[in-house]
Design a protein around this ligand. Sequence first.
Ligand code: NAD
Length: 352
Amino acid sequence: MDAFRFPGLPTRVVFGHGTLAEVPREMEALGRRRAVVLSTPQQRGQAEALAGLLGDRAVGVIAEAVMHTPVAVTEAAVARVRALDADCVIAVGGGSTTGLGKAIALRTDLDQIVVPTTYAGSEMTPILGETRDGAKTTQKSQKILPEVVVYDVDLTLGLPAGLTATSGLNAIAHAVEALYAQDRNPIVSLMAEEAIRALARALPVIAAAPQDRAARADALYGAWLAGACLGTVGMALHHKLCHVLGGSFDLPHAETHTVVLPHAAAYNAPAAPEAMARVARALGAADGPQGLYDLAASLGAPTALKAIGMPEAGLDRAAEAAVANPYWNPRPLERGAIRRLLDDAFHGRRPD
Ligand code: NAD
């Protein structure tokens, strides 16, 4: 056994069916009495339903979360939160809504409760990506990490089929990179392998029967584990490429992860054979990268960057950006090989 550090996971987690009803109790346990509920405009109904459940413990609803956490949206929300004299924020939604809650907490130090409705995993991390004038910056702080996460499987039953598949593969991407992280440890590796196993088992069942409660529970459990991996150990080439592609070409978040993952895994496979053997085992496949590609294809998820808005003329710039600020990766970053990886991802070729 190699030496390791395990930093622990301080976020309190409540998991089950119908757990939304426990949010008032969780708020009380934090000693909070005045919540602002956050959502996207599309999920305003769910935010208002939660505000109704909280009664006079909810002092307002801000249904203005959007993708990429623009600073202007955050600043307007912070002004409203202060005017309402709120003492906590409750985010109901995916990574975009969680991002708004984190951005508010960073500026106000208010407690956060998150009720996730996708598999993105942001709720388990001390990481916040924000955009100002189109430029995305990422920062880490314990102020950003939510205090409580309430996973209610029932809220995921209506997650549309496309987002279920891509968001699930976004979660699997956190787990794959955790398995070869520089600061990996045995606990996180167990969680990562189990996350891949749970999601790979659940997603095909959900594709056939979106309301299958047991499969939805499995998928959300996998997403929690994957989010905890993302929040605990460092990511590498795959997350860097997705950050570059999302930030520079405005590609959709979960779809980009879905397309890039098999190719980033194939790039790193020669340098991370043990990690890739665990990925294959968890997928029930002969080969990790091919198994990831086949899972996405079988779910009808996108497998090519050209299908999700990437311009072919941008591939050179993306390869440059991916190697511009060196970071740790199990296999050294070689511009030519990364350009070929991007070409494979652009055309949607199955890894060799
Ligand atoms: P999202 O939050 O943008 O949601 C996509 C759309 O689906 C929204 O309109 C949302 O309202 C809707 N939606 C969400 N759940 C639904 C449900 N159950 N039923 C019906 N509609 C639903 O998408 P996402 O993929 O969850 O999050 C992406 C964002 O999260 C990106 O900005 C990404 O950078 C960020 N993210 C951050 C971290 C981190 O650790 N900081 C981790 C993962 C993702």
